[in-house]
Each structure stands twice: as structure tokens, then as C-alpha cells.
Design a protein around this ligand. Structure first.
Ligand code: HEM
Length: 319
């Protein structure tokens, strides 16, 4: 499967819907526990894989180095969300055309878009690392406020890997003891900002009992709450800022990697085209995907047949 198909063939005939793993948005395929979601794991994994980018020497970035056990064993990558996500990415769509790194970026895009988030520009062409990267490097402060808020509209902090941040919750609707970043933790929206600004937030990295680990509190407040206030005031500004920051996060790749243009859906796309000689008849058959058109059983699609020299010699029509 090519990147265009992996990105856009999410519904309709011949679809290979990866989004079914994040629909509904609270789906979690690893066990029957509650409180976690595939969507949150996919987004966090893309971030942690990218965060090894070293601006100075150009190494690291979104290159799927997080698939190596050595990286997953680091304290900065505690939890099973990364191995879960890599299993899903590899099983779903890695082919000779789609690297593990492209697949990881695509899972994040599809999770965000199908759970209420903005459309994200997706490029292909990421190259898988052959070995683990050096540990992660922080982002510049100003962008950090936005990117952390954009990521932390999903999911939360689990007790198990973070017992110093989250207590056992004893909540039958949250069996993995996840203290969520906002009250709408399986969908993209600006509640992470409105609840923070209104002082009602239960975000365990803002209002946690352990101030040392209240990293969101320090980051969100680091510009006097200017950024978070603007996110709180406008869901549109939050969505458009996040669309830009997520795309830039996913496009942070090791130097030398050449990404493609943004992949947009082809309006008319033939696939599985076959030309066979049956007796003395040449038969042409295959599939044609028409983008964004409703079902119409009376629609006629006209295919033009060009000869070897590019000239039109005949035409055929199929319904
Ligand atoms: C200083 C920066 C950051 C810190 C200290 C931080 C810290 C954390 C911690 C401690 C967790 C809990 C993980 C768990 O319990 O499994 C978490 C979860 C999460 N983080 Fe961050 N984070 C940061 C930045 C980001 C960014 C930039 C993104 C994405 C753009 C992001 C996306 C997520 C998501 C989606 C989850 C939820 C995972 C889940 O519920 O399974 N984080 N973060």
C-alpha cells in the first residue's frame, strides 16, 4: 500500500481503515481496561520518537528509533504505550512503501483527525533508524507551551509507571488509574486550556500533589499564561495552532531525510489495473477510486484508451 492510500482509504469501498482502531475514540485494544486509549498512545509515541532530535548535529527525530528495546527501557520512555503503538503500526501498514516512521506519523495524524482534531498536513518519506538515538532534547520554550497543550488534550498519567504523580484511584470506570489531563480526554478540544485558565483543571501535571512533577504548570505558565489564555478563548486558534505544531513535530526528521510534498487525495485514482489477453480479446479491468463523491448507482465512468503512441483510438465505458 502507498502512503496516499494509507492516509485516505479510511472509508468506502476497498478501504483499509486504520481509524477503526481509534473509533470510538476511547478504543483500547490491549486488554479490557478502562481509562486509556489507542489514540493517546499513538500521539505520545510520535512525540517521544521525535523528541530525540538533536538540532545541533541533525541526528534523531521521527525515525521510529523508539521501536528499539534500548530506547523503550529508558526512564524517559516509561510505560507500555510505545511498544503497543509500534506493534499496531507494524501490523497495520508498514510495507516497502511506508516505513515504520511514516506509519508512526500517520497513526498520530489519523488519531488526532478522527477524534475531533484539525486536519494535519502529512508528508511521506521518513527513513527508519537502524539503531537507537541519543536520549531526547527539549524543544524551545515558546513552542513547547503549544505542543504540550496540543498533546495533553488526549490521555493522562497512569499510576503504574508514575506512582509519585498519581495515586490509586479506585474508580471502576478507570481501571488503569489514569489521572486525565482534561475532562474530555479521548477527544481533541481546548478543554485542556479552558480548565487550566478557569482554575478547575484536574491535570495531574498542573494540580498534582507533587509540585516537582507539575511540569505542565511550569510550562503553561512560563509566558504569564498568554498562550494558554488565547487557547482558552478560542477553539479555532487552538485547532489551527495545533495543526501547525503537530505537522512540524511529525516533520522533524534526521538531517538528510527528504520528505515528500504534503500528500493530498487524488481526485481520480486507478488501482489494481490489469490488462489481459483472453483469446483474441484484450480485457482491461481494475478499480477507480473517486474522491469525495457519494454513491450513485447510475453514474457512468468513461475510460479513455490510449495506444502505445499516446493517441486516442477507442473508448470504453463502465458503470
Ligand atoms: C515537557 C514536555 C512533556 C512532559 C514532561 C510530558 C509528560 C507526560 C507524562 C508524565 C505522561 C503520562 C504517561 C503515562 O502515564 O503513560 C504524558 C502523557 C501524554 N503525553 Fe506528554 N509530556 C510532555 C509533552 C508532550 C507532547 C509535546 C505531546 C504531544 C504533542 C505529549 C502527548 C502526550 C499524550 C497524548 C499523553 C497521554 C498518553 C496516554 O494517556 O496513554 N506530551 N506526558
Amino acid at each position: 500500500m502507498h502512503s496516499e492510500a494509507a492516509r485516505f482509504n479510511q472509508e468506502g469501498f476497498n478501504a483499509n481503515p486504520v481509524v477503526s482502531f481509534v473509533q470510538p475514540c476511547d478504543s483500547f485494544i490491549f486488554g479490557d481496561s478502562t481509562g486509556r486509549s489507542n489514540a493517546a498512545d499513538w500521539i505520545r509515541t510520535a512525540y517521544h520518537d521525535m523528541a530525540t532530535h538533536n538540532v545541533t548535529d541533525g541526528t534523531g527525530g521521527l525515525d521510529a528509533s523508539i521501536r528499539f528495546a534500548e530506547e523503550q527501557a529508558r526512564a524517559e520512555n516509561v510505560g507500555d504505550g510505545f511498544s503497543n503503538t509500534m506493534d499496531t503500526a507494524g501490523a497495520l501498514q508498514v510495507t516497502r512503501y511506508i516505513s515504520n516512521a511514516d506509519s508512526l506519523a500517520l497513526l498520530a495524524v489519523l488519531a488526532i483527525e478522527s477524534c475531533g482534531g484539525p486536519e494535519i498536513a502529512f508528508r511521506g518519506g521518513r527513513i527508519d533508524a537502524g539503531q537507537p538515538n541519543a536520549p531526547g532534547v527539549p524543544e524551545p520554550q515558546q513552542e513547547m507551551i503549544g505542543l504540550v497543550a496540543c498533546g495533553h488534550t488526549f490521555g493522562g498519567v497512569q499510576h503504574d509507571p508514575f506512582p509519585d504523580i498519581v495515586n490509586v484511584l479506585n474508580d471502576p470506570t478507570d481501571t488503569e488509574d489514569v489521572a486525565h489531563f482534561d475532562s474530555t480526554f479521548v477527544t481533541f478540544d481546548n478543554d485542556v486550556a479552558t480548565e487550566y485558565i478557569s482554575g478547575t483543571t484536574q491535570n495531574p501535571l498542573v494540580a498534582g500533589f507533587n509540585d516537582t512533577t507539575n511540569s505542565d504548570k511550569r510550562i503553561f505558565g512560563s509566558d504569564g499564561n498568554t498562550t494558554m489564555s488565547s487557547f482558552s478563548a478560542s477553539p479555532e486558534i487552538f485547532a489551527s495552532t495545533c495543526a501547525d505544531l503537530f505537522a512540524r513535530m511529525l516533520d522533524t526528521v534526521p538531517s538528510g531525510v527528504q520528505l515528500t510534498d504534503v500528500i493530498s487525495p487524488l481526485p481520480v485514482k486507478p488501482s489494481e489495473v490489469n490488462l489481459i489477453l483472453a483469446g483474441d480479446i484484450i480485457q482491461l479491468f481494475g478499480l477507480v477510486r473517486l474522491w469525495n463523491m457519494g454513491d450513485d448507482p447510475t453514474r457512468t465512468v468513461t475510460m479513455l484508451w490510449k495506444d502505445h503512441f499516446g493517441g486516442l483510438t477507442s473508448r470504453c465505458a463502465t458503470a
